[in-house]
Each structure stands twice: as C-alpha cells, then as structure tokens.
Write a protein that binds this ligand. Structure first.
Ligand code: COA
Length: 290
C-alpha cells in the first residue's frame, strides 16, 4: 500500500453527479479526476472554458467517464444558476458540490486596494455562498439528498498575516459549513470541509510564492512529517467525504497538512532545534544517565 494510491472501492461514487468549482486545474482537477475514476459524473467549472474543455477531454480519455465543462464565475449568481441548469440537463440531478474555487493575493494588507480585498471576499465567501444556496434550494425543493464539501485552510481558524481577505473569507466558509450542517441535516444535506496544508500546484504556488520565494520559504520545511502533500492523499479524503461511506460525518473540518499548523501553535515545538547532545547534558545535570 502506498499513500499515493486511490483508497476507495471501485464504483464508490457511481451514479453521483458532482460539481467541482475551480475544477480545470490544480487540486480541483485532481479531486475531480478521482471522483470520475470512482464512477461519478463530473461537472467542472471555472472562468476559462478553453482550459476546462482541455481538462475534460484529458479526463475522459484517461477514465472513459463523462465530464461536462461549464464556464462559470462563481461571483455571478446568474452564471451559477445556469451551471446547475446545464448539469441537471446533462445528468438529471446534482448530488454533490465541491466548493474549491478560490482567489488569493499575498500582500501586506495595507497595500491592498478596497477592490482587491473585495475581490477575494467575492470569490471565496460570496462565490461559495452562491453555489451553496443554489444547490441547497434545489435539493430542498426536490426533496433530494446532497453533499457539500468546502475547501478551507488552517488559517481559517488561526488567521494569517499577508492573506487577510482570504483568511476572513475562509473563516466565513467554515462558519457556513458548520451552520448548514445543522440547519440542513433535516433535508438530508451534509456539509463538511477540508483544510489542506501545502500541496504543490502549478497555479497557486507560482502565484503565492513567485520566483525564488518558493526556495526561501520551502513549505516542506514547516511540516513535521517533512514533506508536502501528494494530490492523491487529498483526493482520497475528498472522495470519502463526498461518498456515502461518510454518511455520519457532518459539520466536520478535517485538516490534512502533515501537522503543519500545530507545529506553529505548540508553545514548545521549537525545542526541535535542540540537539540530542544538549538533551543528554540536561539529563546528566539532573543526575540521570543519558
Ligand atoms: N496583489 C494585490 N492586489 C491585486 C493583485 C495582487 N497580486 N492582483 C490583482 N489585484 C487587485 C487589482 O489591482 C484590482 O484592484 P484595483 O481595481 O483597486 O486596482 C483587484 O485586485 C481586482 O483585480 P482584477 O485583476 O480585476 O480581478 P479579477 O476579478 O479579474 O481576478 C482573480 C481576480 C483572483 C480571479 C485572479 O487574480 C485569478 O485568477 N487568480 C488566480 C486564482 C487564485 O488566486 N487562486 C487561489 C489560489 S490559493
């Protein structure tokens, strides 16, 4: 067994139609591809139709599954409604939504314009709300069960400098996840979230850590298990939370970060820097043998 292998049983998502926002590239693409491998019908969305169509063709070729590519800016409610109309027309119904689309600017907060701040809030918080409200209203009206999975981040609860609009927006998405997990459970709608740590992607990494920054701030160095994540590890967790195997998991946020955020949080974790010889000396000074 390898951590880079798919984990769920074949056909675990058979018969389900799942929408992945931001599904044309990066982590959204990896999670969507695994849903497809597990038998789901997949709908991928972003603003770039050409990228989506390329990804859809590539995925269909690899799996023999069906992928619908729909251009949709999650900030625009009309486009979100049209996305659901198209998904329902193609597959009959939608069963799951992965709110993955995001926007983020790494910047000292005082350098951000009002419009920059609003742009991130609009995509991350209001965009996720647009998609969630549209899906939820339809599911409730059709008396149909549904599953939400929202991608957040560990700084949704710790906060983080230099990504303040993103932190505020993701905190909002997490609150929405937990709130609806309770309010909409009676409609057979579950809501969960994943907080991924560092998983390399072409887009976000080159944007958030441009040029040499990725070498200077090597994300693997901050992770107690000593490495960054493999996309399949995230896809395994996402597929589980999207599948009926997790029917009793509701309102949960699962962190998958190799221990990264706790590394920064634990008061004495920096004692990692103390070499064994120094511990030996400290122990000897207490009168014990090393
Ligand atoms: N840092 C700070 N401000 C920035 C910025 C940056 N890197 N890039 C854009 N802005 C500002 C713009 O100057 C503008 O503000 P202004 O009108 O006051 O000048 C505002 O943000 C909106 O920019 P604009 O380019 O018009 O936004 P957009 O809606 O076309 O695109 C994104 C915004 C986030 C969708 C786009 O940058 C994008 O596609 N990013 C990649 C996706 C992403 O970030 N994923 C997250 C991975 S974690």
């Amino acid at each position: 067994m390898m951590h880079t292998e798919g984990m769920l049983k074949e056909g675990a998502l058979k018969g389900k139609t799942i929408i992945v926002t931001g599904g044309g590239t990066g982590l959204g693409k990896s999670m969507g591809l695994y849903f497809l491998k597990l038998g789901a019908n997949l709908v991928i969305t972003s603003r770039k139709l050409d990228v989506l169509q390329g990804t859809a063709r590539e995925m269909e070729k690899e799996t023999g599954g069906t992928v619908l590519a729909v251009s949709c800016d999650v900030r625009e409610i009309d486009q979100v409604e049209s996305l659901f109309d198209q998904a329902e027309a193609a597959f009959g119904k939608v069963d799951g939504v992965l709110n993955n689309a995001a926007g983020n600017f790494i910047s000292p907060t005082e350098r951000l314009s009002t419009n920059a701040f609003n742009t991130v809030i609009d995509i991350v918080l209001k965009g996720s709300a647009n998609v969630t409200m549209t899906a939820g209203k339809r599911w409730i009206q059709n008396k149909q069960k549904g599953t939400f999975l929202n991608i957040v981040t560990t700084y949704a609860w710790t906060g983080s400098g230099y990504v303040v609009p993103s932190a505020a927006a993701k905190a909002g998405v997490l609150a929405m996840t937990r709130s609806l997990a309770v309010e909409w459970a009676k409609y057979n709608i579950r809501s969960n979230a994943i907080a991924p740590g560092p998983f390399p992607t072409e887009g976000a990494w080159s944007r958030l850590l441009p040029g040499d920054l990725v070498k200077k701030f090597d994300p693997a160095k901050k992770v107690p298990v000593g490495r960054v994540g493999e996309h399949q590890e995230l896809a395994n967790l996402a597929a589980y939370l999207m599948s009926d195997y997790s029917s009793y998991v509701n309102g949960e946020v699962i962190t998958i970060d190799g221990g990264e955020w706790l590394q920064g949080a634990g008061e004495f974790n920096n004692l990692e820097a103390i070499p064994q010889e120094m511990w030996d000396m400290l122990e000897a000074s207490r009168g014990k043998k090393p």
